[in-house]
Design a binder for this molecule. Structure first.
Ligand SMILES: Cc1cc2nc3c(=O)[nH]c(=O)nc-3n(C[C@H](O)[C@H](O)[C@H](O)COP(=O)(O)OP(=O)(O)OC[C@H]3O[C@@H](n4cnc5c(N)ncnc54)[C@H](O)[C@@H]3O)c2cc1C
Length: 577
């Protein structure tokens, strides 16, 4: 068996693998990076409706123009018919000026008003070829089939090529980007399946089916259509002038109860679906899509979060690490974003030789994967578990993102921002420009706990006549934020509130993260030590917090915390001396 040595060995050439490899190579061209992809050529895949949240990654990769010119319909949002109320409702990414929002809060100048609905064999091929052009070695028709380990550390993998040739790849990092196949999960327990979202999906492609939604004067722009049925839900995704993907998602239990034949259930449900049947009446099902020789596809759709996203010598990203039910079309976006963060983490790992710092970096990578996927999971669970009308989903989305969304966003805008994948970039909204930078020493900063008792009270705006009380304990931990376009992660401090009721945390009922800029901690301590706003102000000023900060950011910070429930504003009379 031939032996090869690489800095990074990437298993899998889907969106996650291409992104990870290409970004490492872009910022560290001297490193040797190889992708092993078991498919010898373009391969079929489900996951066709994308979100604008991945656009910044495509731009950073330098592949945006190629994707945009590939002829994929531009996706501007989604239309839903869901639950008991059969009135369609919709959202358009452009209902929120995301470009302006992000630019105002964090300096992201890109235009972000659409994504695409793609044929994955074509989309993934563009990304893989682009990685190759950036200097990544792409080995096609090579399946990783064994893990190399030494002293508890992953030190590479073996592969088998289509012609039977075997190779031993020794690598500093082995990145599992093998999607749901989960190359590494075969060797270690790295996934936690969510029993509440144990679904299956069946799908087919149609010609002669109309686009449900058209923009006058823009033949390239449309939306996806999502429609619930008593036993599941359909997606309807135009993928070309005369090509529509139609998929049906149901639970494993329901499928069993309906006889166990997914294609038969798909056909029955489609024929009975008032919203879809007329559109497909004259359409023809494609008999041999993507050269697969079949007209109906099935896929497991069981959500999971990572138990671990990395370990000594290895990491996982994309579906290999996390998978959330497709009701929010989040998969490919999460694949790009987690791979982006993984690439930055590898690059930062090489820059920071201290083992302690490296430990913090990888711990934060794990937290990022769980947080990013966790918000979609929480929203999907709420979506499936409740049928209260759309306004409740919007409120829910807002609650999930309270920590990072600007306070002025209304509920629907919050939903659009979350469901378009942009909150991952909103990390930069929270005063990131003024975050503390610099070298960090693990243990240098002791965890600070302000364990004050207290229940949650109704949300209230900041009223200076009311006394303030921290309702939840919190601790300070290290986090890392990407400085986009540099391949660098900046060390920041983050307050993580420790809510008393773990069920609320597990249910995603609140978002516990807050990044702290220079004066947030002094301010929180001031709240901890005094009751009235005037007292907080005086104590914070005494600790060196400047007036301009207390008069602006501190007020917004306090108001957000009140809305989130972490800070309680008591009755006005309590504040009187
Ligand atoms: C029913 C369903 C519907 C979905 N709909 C959407 C949607 O509308 N929008 C959306 O964004 N996402 C959707 N997704 C999710 C989306 O498909 C995935 O999130 C996305 O493909 C993940 O990308 P990835 O690069 O992590 O993995 P993949 O795209 O799965 O790529 C993994 C690659 O690894 C290769 N590989 C695997 N094992 C090995 C090995 N041992 N050696 C070498 N190569 C290997 C595979 O051939 C493959 O090319 C859907 C998923 C399902 C199940």
């Amino acid at each position: 068996m031939r032996t090869e040595r690489r800095d990074v060995l990437v298993v899998g050439g889907g969106p996650a693998g291409s992104t990870l490899a290409a970004l490492v190579k872009k910022y560290a061209p001297e490193r040797r990076v190889t992708i092993l992809e078991r498919a010898p050529g373009p391969r079929h895949h489900v996951g066709e409706s994308l979100l604008p949240g991945l656009v910044p990654v495509l731009k950073e990769l330098g592949v945006f123009e190629k994707i945009d010119a590939a002829g994929f319909p531009r996706k501007l949002g989604a239309t839903y018919v869901w639950g008991r109320d059969r009135t369609p409702w919709e959202h358009d990414f452009n209902d929120v000026n995301m470009t302006e929002l992000l630019a105002r809060h964090g300096g992201m100048p890109e235009r972000l008003e659409y994504a695409w609905q793609v044929v994955r064999s074509k989309y993934d091929e563009i990304l893989l070829a682009h990685a190759g052009r950036l200097g990544v070695e792409v080995v096609r028709g090579a399946q990783a089939d064994g893990l190399l380990e030494k002293d508890g550390r992953v030190v590479g993998a073996t592969s088998r090529a289509d012609d039977g040739t075997r190779t031993r790849w020794e690598a500093e990092f082995t990145a599992d980007c093998s999607g749901q196949a989960g190359f590494l999960s075969r060797f270690r327990r790295v996934r936690e399946y969510d029993p509440r979202l144990k679904n299956v999906a069946g799908y087919a492609y149609y010609r002669g089916a109309p686009w449900m939604f058209r923009y006058a004067g823009h033949p390239d722009k449309t939306k996806i259509f999502v429609c619930s049925r008593p036993s599941g839900w359909f997606w309807y995704i135009p993928q070309g002038a005369d090509l529509v993907s139609v998929g049906f998602v149901t639970t494993v239990e329901r499928l069993k109860a309906e006889g166990g034949e997914l294609e038969a259930l798909f056909d029955r449900e489609l024929a009975a679906c008032e919203e879809l049947a007329p559109s497909l009446a004259k359409a023809e099902r494609v008999a041999d899509f993507d050269g697969q020789g079949r007209s109906f596809f099935t896929h497991s759709d069981w959500s999971y979060l990572p138990v671990a996203s990395s370990g000594p010598g290895w990491l996982a990203c994309g579906d290999a690490a996390v998978f959330v039910d497709p009701v929010l079309s989040s998969g490919v976006t999460l694949a790009h974003l987690s791979a982006h963060r993984a690439a930055y983490t590898i690059l930062e790992h090489w820059r920071r030789p201290s083992e302690g710092e490296r430990g913090l970096l990888w711990a934060d990578y794990g937290a990022y994967c769980r947080d990013a996927a966790g918000q979609y999971l929480a929203l999907a669970l709420f979506w499936y578990g409740n049928d209260p009308g759309v306004a409740k989903w919007w409120v829910r989305a807002r609650a999930l993102q309270r920590a990072v969304l600007p306070a002025e966003l209304d509920d629907k805008s919050a939903f659009i921002t979350v469901s378009s994948g942009l909150t991952q970039h909103c990390d930069r909204l929270s005063d990131a420009a003024s975050l503390d930078d610099g070298a960090i020493e693990p243990g240098e900063y002791p965890f600070y706990r302000a364990a004050l008792p207290g229940g949650r009270e109704p949300a209230a705006p900041l009223d200076e006549t009311r006394p303030l009380r921290l309702a939840w304990p919190f601790r300070v931990e290290y986090a890392f934020l990407p400085a986009p376009g540099t391949g660098r992660l900046r060390a920041v401090k983050r307050v993580r509130f420790l809510k008393a009721d773990p069920d609320d945390v597990a249910a995603g009922a609140f978002n516990p993260r807050r990044y702290v800029a220079r004066w947030h901690l002094d301010f929180l301590r001031a709240i901890d030590g005094t009751r009235a706003w005037a007292g907080v102000r005086a104590a914070a000023a005494g600790a060196g917090v400047p007036d301009w900060w207390l008069d602006g950011p501190a007020r917004r910070f306090a108001r957000d915390l009140i809305l989130q429930g972490a800070l309680v504003a008591g009755a006005p009379e309590e504040a009187r001396p």
